[in-house]
Structures are given as C-alpha cells and as structure tokens.
Design a protein. Structure first.
Length: 107
C-alpha cells in the first residue's frame, strides 16, 4: 500500500513518513504522547479519551481547575521537601491514529 497518496489530507499531524529513521523518531514521539495522555487521564481518574474529554468539558462548564502537588525544593533546615500546588492545563484530546506499512522495514 502506497501511503504517500494521503500526504495532502488536512488532518494529518505530520506528512506521511517514508524514511525509516524518521519513522523511528515519529514512533518515539507517539510513545511520549501516549505516556503523557495516560498521566493526564490518571490525574482525572478516567480510563479513556472519551472519559477524559467528558471530564474536561464538565470541569470547564463549572469553571473548576485541577491542581497537582509538585515538589519544588527541599528545606535543609527542616529536612523536608517544599511543595506547591500547580494548575493543570486541561484541554480536549483528539484521537491519534498511527498506520504502519511494512513494519519489517523498521526492524
């Protein structure tokens, strides 16, 4: 299947990748994005993108923000970490579909 015919469709995140080295970089990006999305879904206590987007919409309707506690330093005198609450940027997540043709070429 020749995927370059799809190169001009408007909703691609990137042009069709045909170089194996660029394909590896693109797949690494997808893995990082997936892990980031898992963390975001975990923060809201949901299990999938549909649940996440629904929860984000509910929070936006009510004008609520989500915060997380982050360690920003360490107090040597008290020998304890210093934390602060940070607002989490919540935005609608689109679905991402990856099509790999000729996986053997990447191995």
């Amino acid at each position: 299947l020749e995927l370059s015919v799809y190169d001009e469709i408007p909703h691609l995140l990137t042009p069709v990748v045909t170089d194996p080295n660029k394909a590896v970089a693109a797949l690494k990006w997808v893995v990082r994005e997936m892990e980031s999305r898992y963390r975001s879904m975990s923060l809201l206590g949901v299990r999938n993108i549909e649940g996440y987007n629904g929860r984000v919409a509910e929070l936006a309707e009510r004008g609520e923000q989500v915060t997380r506690r982050v360690q920003v330093g360490y107090d040597k005198a008290k020998q304890e970490p210093i934390f602060e609450e940070q607002i989490v940027d919540l935005e609608h997540l689109p679905y991402i579909v990856v099509v790999v043709d000729e996986m053997a070429d990447l191995m």
